[in-house]
Design a protein around this ligand. Sequence first.
Ligand code: GP9
Ligand code: MN
Length: 621
Amino acid sequence: MKKTLLSKMSFILIATLFLWMKTYIVYKTSFDIKIESGMQEFILLINPLSFLLVVFGVSLFMKEKRRNYYIVITSFIVSFILYANVVYYREYTDFITIPLLFTTSNLNGLSDSILELIKITDIFMFIDVLFLSFIIRNKGKRSMSAVFTFREKSIYLLMVVAVSLFNLGLAEIERPQLLTRTFDREMLVKNIGPYNYHIYDLVLTSKTKAQKALANSSDFTEIENYLSANYTKPNEELHGIAKDRNVIMVSMESLQNFVINNEINGEEITPYLNDLISNSYYFDNFYHQVGQGRTSDSEFLVDNSLYPLGRGAVFFTNAENEYRATPEILKEENYYSAVFHANNKSFWNRNVIYPNFGYDRFFSVDDYEVSEENSIGWGLKDIDFFNQSVEKMKELPQPFYSKFITLTNHFPYELDQEDKWVDEFTSNSRTLNRYFPTVRYMDESLKLFMEQLKQEGLYENSIFVFYGDHYGISENHNKAMGEYLEEEVTPFQSVQLQKVPLIIHIPGVTDKDPEVISKVSGQIDLKPTLLNLLGVEMKDEVHFGADIFSTDKKEFTVLRDGSVITEDYVYTKSTCYDKSTGEEVDGASCEPLEEKAKTELEYSDKTIYGDLLRFYEEKPF
Ligand code: GP9
Ligand code: MN
């Protein structure tokens, strides 16, 4: 009996249709993709199709029996990729990138967070795969008899090409240069679908590898020229004010600025930090600039004054590069350097990259006594962590540059009952609710840490730099956040919620003359700011930030997603806002800012992808 092409293809088409619809349902239920026109909605609807037709179409060239297994297995794999993105999106409001997948050594520590993010109903995401397996088991014989002629295969191929071009054409009209500008993953997924996006990401990854091979010293000269044209002279009065002091940096996990001097049910959330601020330099307009590498990205920014990457964690993708990080520079000033962090040493690839930054010692989980009693969530509780760290600090050669990375205030913000000193918030976001007690706990740990340092004689001759590493409450919790702040969280507000506290405390100096510095700045500026206080000449060092105390410092901060904040404007998600009113204004006002942000990030990316600092040694400028 002769079958029509359509009936022969019915199994392929059913599988395609299922996944197509499933992807669209996921768009609507699991991702927050902003749609502004009927055209965008249409592109969204059709965009999974081209990839699915290709990947299932491969089966036309297979033997019949194999074909059906291939379809079921492919359907499972593609569903799994979609599902993994759904889970990742629940916390990070972002899509997975290939470099991120190579961070598998991070997964052991993540198991708690993952359990928090998956739901029993997720099983429905695989229901079509079960259904397809059921069909081949029962109707197997019949549907396995189809053989495709050359003509039929050609018709199919033409259809695939037509659908793909149609999709790309519409996307190009809607978003010119979509594929050449890769700031925004949401835009990519919105226009070409999650599967094509992953292929695109794969191509980019290979391109990145090639970039290093092709880079040469003239690329470095270009960076040098850009940086010296934009050089900001540091503040002379403060130069060397903390010379030869021990440096004690604390990376405060997930600490956003909105909790500072704020309350929950009438109680201060950060009583200690509020107190410290009144004896310190406090920067209340300071932004985190991290990408997918989160804590590690903030470390990268702070130690190198280079931007992290738009995709993946630079700690993984470019760990072997040549760097001129702060510990290495301070070594020339006879400093010893150490990091304290009670997590696996390989987490974020730290054990590989730290020696490359010039760190002399990394105290990781193996150096701490960790038990059931003194752990919660991701590991050793902050109070115990600091407690045990002080003992090790006493042994360090001085002066030292040290960094402490806290852990308790990490998603999913678990805490023992006896450590809860303020109430949870009440909203529909468990995450936001639990955030307040863990922040309060971390605040207490910092207070105890300082008290101990005073007792051990490690306080007076030190300079303290406390900074928030990145946001703790993602945009997914905007509604609850709005309830807490008592105002709606618009994209304009969202950008400003990326402020993290920065506190610089110099005993004998800032307690006499504390100051609140409201200049717009970011983590990229911390290295030149600190090194100026330590009396280190920065002019010849490659750095993208500027001394925040400098009167010449421009109020211009670019976040890793390309958003820009200045004194007058906030630019984000292709929209320009007047900062004083929060109103949307004509895009022309932000155009130069957008351009400048793009150039800045491109030059920094180029430095990293091309491993350009390897040319620094040969030719200092
Ligand atoms: C893990 C800690 C937390 O060691 O730095 O990592 P994060 O998830 O915040 O990047
Ligand atoms: Mn972190």
